[in-house]
Ligand binder design. Sequence first.
Ligand SMILES: [Zn+2]
Length: 386
Amino acid sequence: MRKSGLQVPTIFCAFANQSGGFETRYSLDVDKRLENLFWCDGTSRYDYSIFGDVLGFDATYGHNKYKCPLVIFSGVDHHMRTVVFGYAILSNESEASYLWLPRSFLEAMKGKQPKSIITDGDLAMKSAVSIVFPGAHHRLCSWHLLRNATARVERPGFLRKFCLCLMGDLEVEEFETIWTDIVADHELEDHPWIVDLYAKKHSWSNAHIRGIFFAGLKTTSRCEALNMQLGKFIHNGYNLREFVEHFQHYLEFMRRRELVPDYKSAYGEPVVKTKLEAIEQFAATVYTREVFKLFREVLMLASNVRVVSTKRTSACVLFKVAMYCRQRLWAVSWAEEDDEFSCSYQRMESFGLPCVHKVGVLVYLNMTAIPKGLILDRWTKRVMSG
Ligand SMILES: [Zn+2]
C-alpha cells in the first residue's frame, strides 16, 4: 500500500461523497503511511444489526495491484443471500493487523458480538477471532478443509470417509468410531495435519457443532463467489481510492438486485403444494420465500414421521418418533404451557427451522400454525420492517 502515494485524507474525501452512514478505521505505519484500512456503509451496519448473528470472515489476495489481503466480512440475510458487513485492505498478514481488524469491525458495529464465526482457518485470524469475539463459536470453512485434506493426505478412500466425519449426520460416538477407523486404516496416527485436525474437531465436525447456530453456513465460499465477481469489476491498475469506489459501485449493484426477492416475498404468495394446507399457508405468510421453500420440504416429509409413543409428564409431553421404515428414535418434547418444542436433532438450534420430527408432531397434534418458539425472526418477512 506504500506505493499508492495516497494520503489518508484523500481517501476519506472519496468516502464523504458516498451514501450516508460510512464508517472507516485505519492504521498508520511508523512513517505515517496507511497500513490497514477498514470501511463499511450504513446498509452494512444495518444488515449486521439484524443478521450479524453469524459472521463470515474471509481473506483473499490479488484483486488490487498491491496484492494486499482483501478481507470481506459477510453473513446471510432472511432471503438466504450473502450480505456484506464490511471490508478491509491490510498491508500484511501479521498478527497485529489481524487483531486490529476485528477490533475495528466491532467498534464500527457498536460492539455487537456475533454468535458464531466462520473462517478459512488462517492461524493469525483464528487467534484474533478468539480474542476479539470470545463468546462466538468458531467454525472452519468446510470447503477449505476438503481442499487441504486432498492436498495433504494422499490416500485413496480417505476423502470419502473424511467427508462423512465433516458433514455427516453423526452422533459424537459415531464420529469417534469412524475417525478411529480412518486413522487406523490409512496409518495416519502420526500424520501432523491429522493430529492437529482432530484436536480442532469442535471447529469442523458436524457431530460436535450440532446445536450451534450457523444459519446454514458451512463454508466461506459465499465470500469467495463474491470475490470472483469482484474480480470482473476490479482490474489491476486501480489506485486505492478507485478500488474502493468500484467496490462500492459493485455493492450497490448487488443490493439493487436483492430488491427483487424482497418484493416477491412481500407481495406474492406461493402455491400450496402439500396436503397440509393450513400450516403450509401459515408458513407462507410468515417466512420469506426462500425460507418457506425449506420449511415446505420438511413439511412434505412430515407424513413419514411415526409417533411411536407419547408420555405426559408434569412439565411436558414426550414423543418418541421415528421416520417411516427406520428404527432410529428421536425424542421430541412439548412444553404445552410455553408452547416450547425441543428435539434431540437440534435443527432449530443449528439452523433456526424446525426439524421433520417436530413438524411431524405439529401435524400429529393437528396444529394449523407454527408455534412462536419455532419461528426465528431472522428468517421472517417482518424482520426488516421491525
Ligand atoms: Zn428432530
